[in-house]
Ligand binder design. Structure first.
Ligand code: C5P
Length: 291
């Protein structure tokens, strides 16, 4: 058995996000088209460690204990596999912005599942890793494979879609985070008047038409943002469109906004302009599914 492995944990974007209603378990039924991008965290797993599960990161404010989703994923994996006498170091080098609607923590957790499956030669297929991931967080099942996917239910019912044609994404997170539970709470008391055309998005992906995809990018959470926040999100979207994006949208519960570009040059220029105002600005590209 190798005792060390490095895995990549890519960020996700929501091409669409619809909230269908609240469930008896307090969660919400969702319908959303997800896309992985190359902006990634790096996870290094090492079994050459003291007994237990230990997490370290390059960001001092992140939990480095059992509350980190990566540690929760490792615990869930070992429980499922019936492995005890655990000695594991998880090193997380974060590049994906934190609490940003880009599934950074969920992707780290999914990468731990993929990595441990390799390190321990357990040979679980992706759907088993997805079921283990479901116990850790709603976005973790999607992050196990990534790519272009329709996610339904809490986020765990996954259908692979036609891959998004190659394009450029500029990601920009303004200097505030938005609480996911708070935004779900806001949406409960709100009658949504607009919903994304998710079926139209799936058709646009089938035909590989980026203009049609961009026309259908829509996130219902933008409609329930607190006023001051909504203005900033709109201003960033306007900057993306001014810079030549085919479309722009907030991802997840925010606060990251992305713009979709077909021109690398325009994407680079827009990223440069936004970076002067917002430190957490990134230029990235879509990637296909990982496994
Ligand atoms: O599953 P996860 O821990 O990532 O979810 C974080 C929070 O997001 C939940 O506590 C819940 O408030 C909200 N959520 C929801 N419905 C979903 C997914 C998340 O209400 N389908």
């Amino acid at each position: 058995m190798n005792n060390m492995l490095k895995v990549q944990a890519p960020a996700k974007l929501n091409l669409t996000l619809d909230v269908l209603g609240k469930r008896p378990d307090g969660y919400h039924n969702l319908r959303m088209v997800m896309q992985s991008v190359s902006l990634s965290d790096s996870i290094t797993l090492s079994t050459d460690a003291a007994p237990g599960i230990h997490v370290s990161t390059n960001l001092s404010y992140l939990p480095n204990n059992e509350n980190n989703l990566a540690a929760k994923a490792a615990s869930a994996f070992f429980l499922y596999a019936g492995i005890d006498n655990i000695s594991l170091d998880i090193r997380i080098d974060k590049r994906i912005p934190v609490c940003a609607g880009t599934a950074g923590g969920s992707s780290d957790a999914a990468a731990v599942l993929r990595g441990l499956n390799q390190l321990y030669s357990t040979g679980y297929p992706a759907d088993i890793l997805e079921r283990i991931g479901e116990t850790v967080g709603s976005d973790v099942p999607y992050c196990v494979k990534g790519g272009t996917v329709l996610a339904e239910g809490k986020g765990e019912i996954l259908t692979t879609l036609s891959p998004l044609p190659d394009c450029w994404f500029v990601l920009c997170k303004p200097g505030f985070s938005i609480s996911t539970p708070d935004l779900f709470h806001s949406i409960d008391g709100f009658r949504l008047r607009h919903h994304p055309d998710t079926d139209g998005m799936i058709k646009a992906l089938n035909t590989g038409n980026l203009r049609e995809v961009s026309l259908r990018m829509y996130n219902v959470f933008e409609d329930v943002l607190p006023k001051g926040r909504a203005d900033v999100i709109q201003e960033i979207k306007d900057s993306m469109l001014d810079g030549g994006a085919l479309g722009s949208c907030m991802t997840g519960t925010g606060s990251t906004v992305y713009g979709l570009f077909t021109s690398q040059e325009k994407a680079e220029q827009t990223a440069q302009i936004l970076k002067d105002r917002y430190r957490d600005t990134f230029l990235t590209q879509n990637i296909p599914c990982i496994i």
